[in-house]
Structures are given as structure tokens and as C-alpha cells.
Design a protein around this ligand. Structure first.
Ligand SMILES: [Cu+2]
Length: 513
């Protein structure tokens, strides 16, 4: 990336991003003028050098792994129901991208959409100018191509999705796995499980939903054609009326979806993963949804949790796991003999998705079956502790406060009282470490995600929790995390609810030098 491109992206930062973030219609609806912020060329140049220096310090194997992604229009079979939508390479989820620690990934993206797009490498602490989020890396114009080139220092389960507009609630997502060849192989097979909430092509479009959520706040009636009572499998509550969840401390979400999917399939036509009885299976679970937390259980099995957001934890057994949007968990199970549904219940939404694990001939329980494990010991981030080798030990020198603000009533989600187009970036100096404290003043839960870093969650007593890049902050709750500023750049910090982010619940963490 040239210095000029970084500079121009920085100069047009707020205005450019907001326009691409929520789209012309939504921008007009909320009527917020944006003021470009100026950045001194000197600071940009320093940042560019710092990014290059940080990249040099990463491990490099000398091997390059190439992949090609074409975001474009697609006709997707969800398992009987078909959706005309957008997807990568005509499939949902998109193709798995996999490399080893230190390999260079060279992913050529050809934008076949009719609007700007980007590919953000969620969870990977990569070089800032390849992050796939404005302003650090420019969006890709329609009919244009861009090749993301980066290496990952850390193994783990990651995923990729656009960071442009409401594209976060379409079929544009894929798993990304970084392997550590030195990691002992303690499993016989691997199952990648991507969870999603689905509306496009079968219910309202994400833009219509966003306008509906906004119009409710502006005094409209919030009626959403295709949502609520009109979706094939939805309830009658529609937008703004999802049920509540004790685990999430309030409303489950803002949107009732027509479908919930595992690996692109509705529960009536699930995918099947085949193994042998008694095998150890590593399951990588990724929540790619826009507005849905999932409670996941494998009928007849306990799950041993090995990783949170790609990083190892002290292994802990659970019956079920709660995943907010953007969160990943790796588990291992020892397979029983039979056909077992892996069920992802849409938390607080009275609906589910499922896939099947089959180790011998037989039939699965009926489509709506809810395994008793869903109500057993449910693991959340609080349940886990980072493995000793990945604890972040430095004593924090800085304190960063991230107040989560806004309400359903006004749909004015923001950070520190300011929507993204007016946000004041958080700042940090390279080499320092900080405690970042999320203070949720709202009545909704928010899965907060920081780009470019994996932080150490701190329990309320200050003891270490898991390493994560996305952490659920419940209503009226405060969650502190510790981070080390070792990856210079401008990094997005936002709620991973696509609609909250679209409304403005985003800021950035900017390195000062
Ligand atoms: Cu949120």
C-alpha cells in the first residue's frame, strides 16, 4: 500500500466511511452531516513506517497461500427455500481460507457487487493497512479488485466479512483458519460450524430492516413488510420485539428473522457431518449473525472448550455455549454412536438452527428438538480462563473508558455519547498497555469487538478471564479488558450487532506514534 493511499483515506475519514457505512438512503433518513477530519501528512507517514516495522516482526515462513473471493449476486439454496442474495463465490458460507502461522495470505477480491465492499479479517492481529475496514484500508469499488496480503502471528479460528454498509447481514462470510503446525493433533476430525440469522431474499432486506428500526425511533409504526408475521418461520413480534434472555440480561435482539442457519442450511434440511463412534472431533463454532446470539449444544454430548476467539483456555467442560455475534469457540467432543443434532438456539428468539452429527445409521429427532444440554451448564466468556501461555501479563499504564450509549426508543446507538461520524477516537501509544472498560448504560446487550488485537478479559474481581477480540457486555454491566498496544494503526472498535453498528456504535483506537 502506498503512503498516498493511506493519506487520502485518512483525510476523508469520517465522511467517506459514514456514507459507505449506512448507505445513501439511511444517511438521508438520519440527516447527519459529516465533517472530514484532517490528518497531518507527517503522522500518516510515521504510521505507515510503523505498520511495516510491525509486519517485519511477525513470523514468516516464506510460503504464500493464495485465494480468490468474488463477492457478487447469488441464488442460494438454503435447503428448499431459495434466496436471491449476495455471497462470496456463489456459496454460503464462502470458501474456507486456511494457512499456517507465518504464511503470507494473498487473497484477491474481485468486487462484483454494485457497491463498495471490503473483506475484514475478524480476529486476526494483522497489519493495519490490510484490515479490510476504512479508513485503514480503502473499500473496493464495484468492478475493481484488491489483493489483501498479510500474515498471522497467531493460530486460531477466525472469519471474514465485509465492513461496508449492511453487508454484514447478507451471505458474505467465510471461515478463516490459521493452523499451528507445532500444535499436537489431539483430534481425529474437524467440523467448522458457522451460525447465521437470515432474512435477505426471503424476508425484508437488511436495509429495509435498518430503516424500520430507525423509523420506529422517529415515530413511525415500525411495520416491516416481510418481517414478523410474514416471514416463513418467524413469530408475530417482528422488529424490536424479540423475546428476552436471562443469559443476555434483557432482549435477545432487535430483529426476528425468517430463518436461522447452520452452514447455510435451514433446520428442515440440515447439513450432516459424518464421523465414527468414539472419535475426537474438534468443532470450530463461529457466530456470523448480525443480530442473534446462539446457545449451542450437541445432543448427547458434553463439549470440552479449548479456545475462545482463537486463543487457548484452560480446558473446561460444558453442556452448551452462548455465542454473541463475532464470537468463536473451539470445542472437542468424543462422539457417541448414532445421529445427534447440533442445535443452535436463537437466544431469546424462540427459534433454532441445526446440523447433524452422524456416526451410525439412524434417524435424527424431529426438526424442533431441543436437546436437554441447552439447559445444562452453559459456558459464557465468564466461564473460561486463558491458558497460562497466552495470559497478558503487563501491568496496564493507561485507562480507556468506552461507554455504550443509546436506546431502542431512539435507535441512536453510540460510544461515549457520540455516533461514529462524530466520535472522538480513543488513543494509545505503541508499546503501552491499557485497561479498556466497557460501561453499558443501555438496556441492550452489545458484543464489543476490537480490530487488530486480542485482549485479556478481566473478571469483576480483577482475575484473568479468556483472551478474546469480541466480548459480550450485558445491560447495566461493566466489563474490563486488558490490551497491549503492539500493532500500530487505526483500529475499529464497535458493537458487532450490524444494526447497532450501522446506527453509529463504533469508534476507533488510534496509535499516536
Ligand atoms: Cu450493540
Amino acid at each position: 500500500m502506498s503512503t498516498e493511499r493511506i493519506a487520502s483515506a485518512s483525510v476523508t475519514r469520517r465522511g467517506f466511511l459514514t456514507a459507505s457505512l449506512i448507505g445513501g438512503a439511511a444517511l438521508a433518513a438520519c440527516g447527519r452531516p459529516t465533517a472530514p477530519q484532517s490528518t497531518t501528512p507527517g503522522a500518516t507517514l510515521d504510521l505507515s513506517n510503523a505498520i511495516v516495522a510491525a509486519e517485519k516482526s511477525r513470523p514468516h515462513t516464506g510460503r504464500t497461500v493464495t485465494a480468490r473471493l468474488i463477492p457478487g449476486h447469488a441464488d442460494i439454496d438454503l435447503g428448499g427455500a431459495r434466496a436471491r442474495t449476495v455471497a462470496y463465490n456463489n456459496q454460503v458460507p464462502g470458501p474456507l481460507i486456511r494457512a499456517n502461522v507465518g504464511d503470507e495470505l494473498a487473497v484477491a477480491v474481485e468486487n462484483a457487487l454494485d457497491h463498495r465492499s471490503s473483506v475484514h479479517w475478524h480476529g486476526i492481529a494483522l497489519r493495519n493497512d490490510m484490515d479490510g475496514a476504512m479508513p485503514a484500508s480503502p473499500d473496493i469499488e464495484p468492478a475493481q479488485s484488491f489483493t489483501y496480503r498479510f500474515t498471522s502471528s497467531f493460530p486460531g479460528s477466525y472469519w471474514a466479512h465485509p465492513h461496508t454498509g449492511m453487508d454484514t447481514d447478507y451471505g458474505l462470510y467465510l471461515p478463516v483458519i490459521i493452523d499451528d503446525p507445532a500444535e499436537p493433533g489431539r483430534y481425529d476430525a474437524e467440523w467448522v460450524v458457522m451460525l447465521d440469522d437470515w432474512t435477505d431474499g426471503v424476508g425484508s432486506s437488511p436495509e429495509e430492516i435498518f430503516r424500520g428500526l430507525r423509523s420506529m425511533s422517529m415515530g413511525g409504526n415500525g411495520y416491516m413488510p416481510g418481517m414478523g408475521g410474514m416471514g416463513p418461520r418467524s413469530g408475530t413480534r417482528g422488529v424490536g420485539g424479540a423475546g428476552t434472555s436471562e443469559l443476555l440480561g434483557g432482549d435477545g435482539g432487535d430483529v426476528n428473522y425468517p430463518y436461522y442457519l447452520i452452514n447455510g442450511r435451514i433446520p428442515a434440511a440440515p447439513t450432516t457431518f459424518t464421523a465414527k463412534p468414539g472419535q475426537r472431533i474438534r468443532i470450530r463454532i463461529i457466530n456470523a449473525a448480525a443480530d442473534t446470539a446462539f446457545r449451542v449444544a450437541l445432543a448427547g454430548h458434553r463439549m470440552t472448550v479449548t479456545h475462545t476467539d482463537g486463543f487457548p483456555v484452560t480446558q473446561t467442560d460444558v453442556d452448551a455455549l452462548l455465542l454473541g455475534m463475532g464470537e468463536r469457540y473451539d470445542v472437542t467432543v468424543t462422539t457417541g454412536d448414532g445421529v445427534f443434532p447440533l442445535v443452535a438456539a436463537a437466544e431469546g428468539k424462540n427459534a433454532l438452527s441445526r446440523a447433524l452429527l452422524s456416526t451410525s445409521p439412524g434417524s435424527a429427532p424431529e426438526e424442533g428438538f431441543r436437546p436437554p444440554e441447552l439447559n445444562g451448564r452453559v459456558g459464557t466468556a465468564d466461564t473460561f480462563t486463558a491458558a497460562p501461555e497466552v495470559l497478558l501479563n503487563p501491568k496496564p499504564t493507561d485507562a480507556l473508558e468506552v461507554r455504550l450509549t443509546g436506546s431502542m426508543m431512539h435507535y441512536d446507538w453510540a460510544i461515549n455519547g457520540q455516533p461514529y461520524d462524530r466520535s472522538v477516537p480513543l488513543t494509545i501509544h505503541q508499546g503501552q498497555s491499557a485497561t479498556m472498560t466497557f460501561v453499558n448504560n443501555t438496556t441492550m446487550w452489545h458484543p464489543m469487538h476490537l480490530h487488530g488485537h486480542t485482549f485479556q478479559v478481566l473478571r469483576s474481581d480483577g482475575s484473568p478471564g479468556p483472551r478474546k477480540d469480541t466480548v459480550v457486555v450485558k445491560p447495566r454491566q461493566t466489563v474490563a479488558v486488558k490490551l497491549v498496544a503492539d500493532n500500530p494503526g487505526t483500529w475499529m472498535l464497535h458493537c458487532h450487532n450490524g444494526y447497532h453498528m450501522g446506527a453509529g456504535m463504533m469508534t476507533s483506537l488510534d496509535y499516536l506514534d
